[in-house]
Design a protein around this ligand. Structure first.
Ligand SMILES: [Mg+2]
Length: 448
């Protein structure tokens, strides 16, 4: 209702007069609270492409027409990073110039629909970079950290898990003990498989005989090795330590069912990605046969993937890579959906997430009742040089930056010192940041 209509009502009956005066007062109060700011308009959209720790990070900077008001967001898809850069520069930037920066959900829907074909990782990451930057801008306007915009804290900090690994079970135990000494209560354990390319841990230098010259992986050898590692970990490590494990979707659906059942006695905190996104219909069978808690979702792009798993209560933890799903806006909705169905969050958080992505994870962790656990990997010196204000780790807990927005500033001069490809070795260097291939002994490619 505009002011003229309000005044017309004000000229009418007494109750309407009272109502309209209240309305006018409320509007005046809201104007004062918003400091009389008009909607900031998007003036420029820039991309910062940097790899301070070797992994390619994509950060989007949205600049408004109001002096000093801008925001940053994470659009990191490290295996195809160059494409996200171009998606933002060539398509999202011209689409966004002149739009109101304070209409976050509206702009999210507009960007999402503007490509007609949608829900792919490149476009979702581009949208995420803008989406998180708009939340940063709103936080800076409000003078509040983003978690406050989501309703405020329901906990003080995010309980995290670190990545322990080793060539054998003994080395894994030693690696876990380092995390315990740092205060962690949750640790992910991964063991190498002799002669093979096990996920999350280096194998021995020698390689098993195979009909090709690529890294080798055989599912059953890995499964036997992992079960033995759990046995040793449960014997050697404190009873109250929470153990997690990532299968990385490398085994067949039937092997996954058997593996989840065999894991039951080790009481894992969760078993991650026992199935690939292509095989999610098999989760029903895992659920019917055992109570091993299941985590899934870092490869998901679309509500069609996480929606049924959450609403049918087929997983325990949703583990989406926030930028892959399109940013804070869709992931906030996903967290709330999970709360209704008893599914907790465990947002993807290794080194292929920029500090803005980590800050977004922490904001969700602090403000979501159904938070489960947060994946954590330390920020390198070079990363801190580029990104000032990374979330802080203390005793296995990750703390949000209390400054407005994400509370992180980018040193663009430092970012330029670490261009994509610098210090990239082997296949990553040859493939422009992409991953190579892993094959079974007979040459069949595996999912990784
Ligand atoms: Mg994983």
């Amino acid at each position: 209702m505009n002011r003229r209509n309000l005044m017309k009502i004000a000229a009418g009956a007494a109750p309407a007069t009272m109502m309209s005066q209240r309305h006018l007062n409320a509007q005046a109060q809201a104007d004062r609270a918003a400091r009389g700011l008009s909607s900031p308009l998007i003036k420029d959209v820039q991309v910062i492409a940097t790899a301070p720790a070797g992994l390619r990070l994509v950060v989007v900077k949205v600049i408004t027409d109001q002096d000093g008001l801008y925001g940053y967001g994470c659009g990191t898809y490290t295996q195809r990073a160059d494409l996200v850069v171009e998606a933002v520069r060539r398509y999202l930037k011209p689409f966004l110039i002149g739009q109101k920066a304070d209409r976050i959900d509206d702009l999210w829907q507009a960007m999402y629909n503007s490509s007609y074909w949608r829900n792919g990782p490149v476009l979702n990451n581009g949208i995420s970079g803008v989406d998180m930057a708009l939340w940063d801008i709103k936080g800076r306007m409000a003078g509040m950290p983003v978690y406050q915009l989501l309703g405020g804290k329901v906990r003080e900090a995010a309980d995290c898990y670190g990545h322990a690994s080793g060539n054998d079970a003994k080395e894994v135990v030693a690696s876990v003990q380092k995390y315990i000494a740092q205060g962690f209560r949750h640790v992910r354990v991964q063991v190498g498989v002799p002669g093979m390319a096990g996920y999350g841990s280096r194998g021995a230098d020698s390689r098993v005989a195979a009909l090709h010259n690529k890294p080798v992986f055989e599912p059953m050898a890995y499964i036997r090795r992992a079960l033995n590692m759990f046995e040793v970990c449960r014997k050697e490590l404190p009873e109250d330590l929470e153990l997690l494990h990532d299968t990385h979707e490398r085994i067949t659906p039937t092997q996954a069912i058997q593996f989840a059942k065999d894991c039951e006695k080790f009481k894992l905190f969760f078993l991650e990605d026992p199935l690939s996104p292509e095989d999610i219909a098999w989760y029903k069978i895992i659920r019917q046969q055992c109570t091993t808690p299941i985590a899934m979702g870092e490869l998901f792009n679309s509500p069609h993937e996480w929606g049924p798993l959450i609403s049918e209560r087929l997983i325990d933890y949703i583990r989406v890579h926030v930028s892959q799903a399109g940013g804070l806006t869709p992931c906030r909705k996903m967290a709330i959906l999970g709360e209704h169905f008893g599914v907790k969050t465990a947002w993807h958080g290794p080194g292929d997430v920029s500090p803005f992505g980590h800050a977004c994870n922490v904001a969700l962790d602090l403000a979501s009742y159904n938070f489960g656990v947060q994946e954590y990997s330390p920020f390198s010196e070079a990363t801190r040089e580029v990104f000032d204000g990374c979330p802080e780790m203390k005793n296995g807990y990750l703390y949000a930056n209390e400054k407005p927005g994400w509370g992180i500033e980018v040193n663009e001069k430092a970012a330029a010192k670490y261009p994509f490809g610098k210090n990239e070795q082997g296949e990553r260097g040859r493939l422009n940041g992409g991953w190579g291939e892993v094959r079974k002994r007979d040459g069949q490619i595996i999912k990784q």
